[in-house]
Write a protein that binds this ligand. Structure first.
Ligand code: DGT
Ligand code: CA
Ligand code: CA
Ligand code: ZN
Length: 584
């Protein structure tokens, strides 16, 4: 485990001990230890562990040193496993309710015997919680509201849904006369597949009018906080948004800080410290001298020269790190070496494969989809409707598929649209790995996307063999949604991704990055290594209507998080190159 993961474990231990009512000094030792760990670099941690010198770090004693050593070596901790077993699971669940910390939960457990959300709801409804020392009617009300909203508000949101809300807000903020600069930061800017909440950073000359505008946005259900320089709101969908307003000379530091990720920030601060500088949301100043980061930044306010992120990174001797790469996964070192490749961009795409029409379960016709592709400036559009076994999706029979091929040929011949249409199919991979159509049918198509749509419950080895058999089929051009996951809704089926990736490379098969916002499958975390090994990616919107073509934007996020370049992505190729690829 790295130090941040270990720090998270220590924090969790502190929380569990507090839930159990352990000695507060013991609890605090874990919290202190977690913070101490965050302050040292991973390499330094490795050295200290190897040398048995962990105890020389302020805030780490004998007991913690042992646990950190175990976690560092094995990623596991017996003590934690046993501790977890000794705490009632219901109590841990209660921690998620706003307004309830370990201390209050402890009181509820001891005085009212409450150890589940159901029991807590009942006690609130009976008015028993209000009668407890230190609770009262207001707290009881807050707890009840928290329980009620947990379902709707506790969850994360698809990047696409968050982006659709955030985009007009950024545009609106920029139109306000008091606003000089405005950006959406946080996980949204980093292009994460799901988003917890929105974070807006604004440079403005006046605060009041901006906060007023923000809190009165259409769709705001509740203003959850309103401070001197910030505000938080909750929208109808349950999505929350934080707005922070800063003076223009602090904007770049706030933007960088609140873009995150947390791991990236911690590493950046360490890098700054190594150069005698202190980086915070307020500024980049000399680390020397007394006071908090904020006080130092206030004193150094006049220091000119850094007002954009490229300038901020340059001040630390680095190249600009694109937000999508800021996950604390090696981007600091890469930025230092200066060897970032140019990441693939939305404008690089010249078309997309894997799109559905009304022939199967799509909502727009072939002609409509083609016109929409042309309107996006695309040179080509791949159609891939479902095959016969996907009867729930109105999959095409051989006869209907061949009829569609004829229609596509006629459409291309008519030259009505600027985009050339490729005739394909999203062919089911049958439970035993055979494809849903015979060779002579598949041979009449320009390309074939092979996907799993049923019998998800197979053992991992069976599923892996099933998919590899399809990858080895001579007519398979690309593999659809590798795991079948639906973000925030359904886990993928079990499959050995590494084996499938190797098989795809060996057989010259493309794997899609399904850009549908609830899929983003294959996951960006797998793509970097796969692309380095030579796997070709196709960013496929899996559009079921014309608007769905635009989902490639979400796929571009994931591709960029994976560090993919234009060369890694098949559908950046010009029309003639795609025709050649399919013909060969
Ligand atoms: P989310 O909202 O859960 O999808 O993820 P983020 O990354 O948007 O996280 P959020 O909204 O809690 O905070 C925005 C950024 O602010 C985060 O990426 C990094 C920075 N930040 C927040 N809390 C901390 C912290 O405790 N330490 C550090 N180093 N940075 C933090
Ligand atoms: Ca956020
Ligand atoms: Ca936030
Ligand atoms: Zn599919």
């Amino acid at each position: 485990m790295n130090k941040n993961q270990i720090a998270d474990v220590l924090t969790e231990i502190g929380m569990l001990l507090e839930l159990k009512g352990e000695n507060p000094f013991k609890v605090r030792a874990y919290q202190t230890g977690a913070r101490a760990l965050e302050g040292i670099e991973d390499a330094e941690l490795a050295r200290l562990v190897a040398a048995g010198e962990l105890k020389s770090v302020k805030g780490i004693g004998e007991a913690l040193a042992q646990k950190i050593t175990e976690l560092h070596a094995t990623g596991r901790l017996d003590f934690l496993e046993k501790l977890k077993e000794s705490v009632e699971p219901g109590l841990v669940e209660l921690v998620q309710i706003p307004g309830l910390g370990p201390k209050k939960i402890r009181a509820l457990r001891d005085k009212l015997g409450i150890s589940s959300i159901a029991a807590l709801t009942e006690a609130c409804n009976d008015g028993r919680v209000a009668e407890l020392d230190g609770f009262g009617a207001k707290t009881q009300e807050k707890i009840l509201a928290g329980i009620k909203n947990r379902e709707a508000y506790g969850r994360r949101h698809l990047w696409w849904d968050a982006w659709e809300i955030a985009e007009p807000i950024v545009a609106g903020l920029r139109r306000l006369p008091q606003v000089k600069r405005a950006e959406a930061a946080g996980s949204l800017r980093r292009g994460m597949d799901t988003v917890g909440d929105l974070d807006f950073i604004v440079a403005a000359s006046e605060i009041e009018p901006v906060v007023d505008w923000f809190t009165k946005l259409p769709g705001v259900r509740e203003v959850t906080a309103r401070g001197e320089t910030k505000a938080s709101v909750r929208f109808e969908s349950g999505l929350q948004a934080d707005l922070r307003i800063v003076p223009d000379d602090q904007f770049v530091f706030a933007l960088h800080h609140f873009t995150g990720s947390k791991d990236h920030n911690v590493q950046m601060r360490q890098r700054a410290l190594a150069q005698g500088l202190s980086l915070s949301e307020w500024g980049l100043v000399s680390a020397a001298g007394e006071g908090t980061a904020k006080e130092k930044a206030e004193r150094a306010k006049t220091k000119p020269g850094i007002s954009t992120e490229p300038e901020l990174f340059a001040a630390l001797g680095m190249r600009f790190v694109p937000p999508e790469l800021r996950e604390g996964m090696g981007e600091i070192e890469a930025g230092e070496r200066g060897d970032f490749p140019r990441l693939v961009e939305l404008g690089d795409l010249r078309g997309a494969f894997h799109n559905h029409t009304t022939a199967s379960d799509g909502r727009n016709t072939l002609a409509e989809m083609t016109a929409a592709a042309a309107a996006l400036g695309w040179e080509y559009l791949g159609i891939a409707d479902h095959s016969k076994s996907s009867f729930q999706a109105n999959g095409l029979s051989e006869e209907r598929l061949l009829k569609q091929v004829g229609e596509i040929q006629a459409l291309n011949a008519s030259k009505r649209h600027a985009a050339r249409v490729f005739a394909g199919v999203e062919c089911d991979i049958l439970p035993d790995g055979r494809l849903d159509f015979a060779e002579e049918i598949l041979a009449k198509l320009d390309y074939v996307v092979a996907s799993v749509h049923n019998v998800f419950s197979q053992e991992e080895a069976v599923m892996t063999a099933r998919i590899i058999r399809a990858v080895e089929h001579g007519h398979t051009t690309m593999l659809g949604h590798l795991t079948g996951r639906l973000l925030l809704r359904r886990e993928g089926y079990r499959v050995d991704a590494a084996k499938v990736i190797d098989a795809a490379i060996a057989n010259g098969v493309i794997i899609e990055l399904n850009a549908s916002p609830w899929r983003l499958d294959m996951d960006w975390r797998l793509w970097r290594k796969a692309a380095e090994k030579g796997l070709l990616c196709s960013i496929n919107p899996d559009a079921h209507e014309t608007a769905g073509l635009q989902h490639v934007r979400a796929g571009i996020n994931s591709a960029r998080k994976a560090g993919l370049t234009k060369e890694n992505v098949f559908n950046t190729r010009p029309l003639a190159a795609v025709e050649n690829y399919f013909a060969s």
